[in-house]
Design a protein around this ligand. Structure first.
Ligand SMILES: [Zn+2]
Length: 239
């Protein structure tokens, strides 16, 4: 129906927000604004809860809505009492989301160390993976682990901007991932720059400085065919 204001881009660290329900479709509700990140670009949708006068409801998933620019939130309670116009307070599951932000930023660092096309990937709370079309490039687990931790410890600032679709068409080298193209037709495309390390269009949520990621290691490099390798990244700290 309407475009949902993406407050998670204005401040990725915001974990509470007041909003208004705009659309209700069974267990799926839309809001005028949200801090819940919708699944996309390999990053899972946020979970959390929505507080209203009629009760508090758990949000089990967040997805892009059917209309361009809209976002829908899945409630676990099919008998929820929410209706369009209701004032609500949003709370995201911050521990989970912050881990996604740290991991997602770590994926950019990993990508910067392996200068070949990315063919897929997924971000998780404890482990993530990126798939590379490596060609003849040989990857070394220990070397990658050492280099990514150097980048993390170097405390590179992460900056956000935008690029027009026309500008992006002129610089196709910016799009590293062949499988996850940035969404088109919605105006400017968000960009993420890890200062001195990596610059690319990306719609995920990220931390503001690589030092926030904490220590990680490459746990496994899987052979996924002649040219393809799947690189698994995990946090050093236990879950
Ligand atoms: Zn990203």
């Amino acid at each position: 129906m309407t475009t949902t204001r993406r407050v998670f881009y204005e401040d990725s660290y915001l974990n509470e927000l007041d909003a208004t329900v705009t659309t209700v479709d069974g267990r799926w509700i839309e809001l005028d604004r949200t801090i819940f990140y919708p699944e996309g670009g390999g990053q899972p949708g946020d979970t959390g809860r929505i507080e209203a006068a009629s009760g508090t409801y758990n949000v089990t998933d967040t997805r892009k809505g059917d209309a361009p620019g809209s976002i829908k939130h899945e409630l676990d309670d099919p008998g929820h009492g929410l209706a369009a116009g209701d004032a609500v307070r949003l709370h995201i599951d911050w521990d989970r989301r912050y881990r996604h932000m740290r991991m997602h930023t770590g994926m950019h660092l990993l990508g910067s160390l392996i200068p070949v096309p990315v063919t897929g990937g997924s971000v998780g709370e404890q482990k993530s993976r990126l798939d590379f079309d490596v060609g003849d490039l040989v990857l070394d687990k220990e070397q990658l682990t050492a280099r990514i931790n150097e980048l993390i410890a170097a405390a590179h600032p992460v900056e956000f901007g935008s690029i027009s679709e026309a500008e992006l068409d002129e610089r196709p080298e910016l799009v590293r991932t062949m499988s996850v193209q940035p969404p088109r037709g919605a105006g400017d495309i968000r960009t993420v720059r890890v200062l001195d390390v990596d610059y690319q269009p990306c719609g995920g949520t990220h931390v503001n400085n690589t030092s926030e990621i904490g220590r990680v290691h490459v746990s496994k490099i899987e052979n996924k065919g002649k040219r393809n390798r799947r690189v698994h990244l995990v946090f050093d700290e236990p879950t």
